[in-house]
Design a binder for this molecule. Structure first.
Ligand SMILES: [Zn+2]
Length: 331
């Protein structure tokens, strides 16, 4: 038996997106419209929400996946308007793969903080523990992957620096807010329009779920710093690429951060209790989660261990950098 106590988690006030109405243009706020692509999955919730910001002059945020129906829907939604920029939050395939087509179609540049930045090579498959899945697990669990696909081909026509203007049009300005963590090239986009300040959060903050932080490209220390940065920004509304708008960001973000810190404390507690490897601690920490998800959970636990090792709060037995197959010890 283990003494790891999953403890009381502060619930995150997730928001559900009503019927996604695929392909339809939905006005979510003045100057903000959304078209949802029909690519629902465990990573994308009901699908990728592409935002069209502005009226006559429009910035498109996260064009989405290369699906003919979504392409047609965007083409129709943008008819009669001038696209000034195609903004991409990060180069995961469900966000960026339609960007080159849209840029060409609209005659506008793609804009991002940069192309994929490798966070180093992934560890070999054998380095990660495997977790037995019961024979009677639902077949859909077989689809659960531990990471999202990278769109390595994506290279923005224009890179934008942190806090610089990414695009502007009639009555609105959008600035880049660099937010690495989910992906090393992740940015959010802050909109100033009609006296309100809102933030398009990509996958950094999702309205329906916590975010995947999967090393090596995902980085927990960066993620927490980026989360605190958005909290400090005190935006009126958050618009995640997947899911509904978060209209009361303060309590939502506090709970979102608390969830990570709670998990970090659990990881520290597990190490203190002698559960020193991913294979030992993941089933204990995720006892309430289906075994089919434990491989993905191991990535997240490892993200915490990597940060804790870097911070000197846990050690690696035998020394060396954090590694998925290492044994961790208390410091
Ligand atoms: Zn992503």
């Amino acid at each position: 038996m283990t003494s790891v106590d999953p403890g009381r988690r502060r619930p995150i006030p997730f928001v559900a997106l009503d019927e996604p109405r695929y392909g339809e243009v939905v006005e979510v706020a003045p100057l903000v419209r959304r078209v949802v692509a029909a690519n629902p999955s465990k990573f994308t919730y009901t699908g990728t929400g592409t935002y069209l910001v502005g009226d006559r002059e429009v910035a498109v945020i996260d064009p989405g996946p290369r699906l003919a129906a979504h392409q047609d829907a965007l083409q129709a939604a943008l008819a009669g308007r001038r696209v000034v920029a195609v903004l991409v939050t990060h180069c995961h395939a469900d966000h960026s793969t339609l960007a080159p087509w849209l840029a060409e179609h609209a005659g506008a540049p793609t804009v991002a903080i940069g192309p994929h930045r490798t966070g180093g090579d992934d560890w070999p498959h054998e380095a990660w523990p495997s977790f037995p899945v019961p024979d009677d697990a639902p077949s859909t669990d077989a689809d659960v992957a531990s990471d999202e696909a990278y769109d390595l081909a994506f290279t923005p026509d224009r890179t934008v620096a942190d806090d610089a203007v990414a695009a502007h049009g009639d009555g609105w300005t959008i600035r880049a807010v660099t937010t690495p963590g989910h992906a090393s090239n992740h940015a959010c986009y802050a909109l100033d329009a009609a006296g309100t300040r809102s933030l398009f959060t990509g996958d950094h903050i999702m309205g329906w779920s916590t975010t995947v932080v999967s090393p090596p490209d995902g980085d927990m220390a960066q993620y927490l710093a980026s989360l605190r940065r958005v909290i400090d920004g005190r935006y009126d509304t958050l618009y995640p690429t997947h899911g509904a708008a978060v209209t009361d960001p303060g309590p939502f973000l506090d709970a979102y951060l608390a969830h990570r810190l709670h998990r970090e404390a659990q990881v520290l507690g597990a190490v203190a209790d002698g559960l020193g490897t991913l294979a030992e601690m993941v089933p204990a920490l995720y006892a309430d989660v289906r075994p089919a998800l434990h491989a993905a959970a191991a990535r997240s636990v490892f993200a915490h261990l990597r940060q804790l090792t870097d911070d000197g709060r846990v050690g690696v037995e035998g020394g060396g950098p954090a590694h998925p197959a290492a044994r961790y010890v208390s410091r």
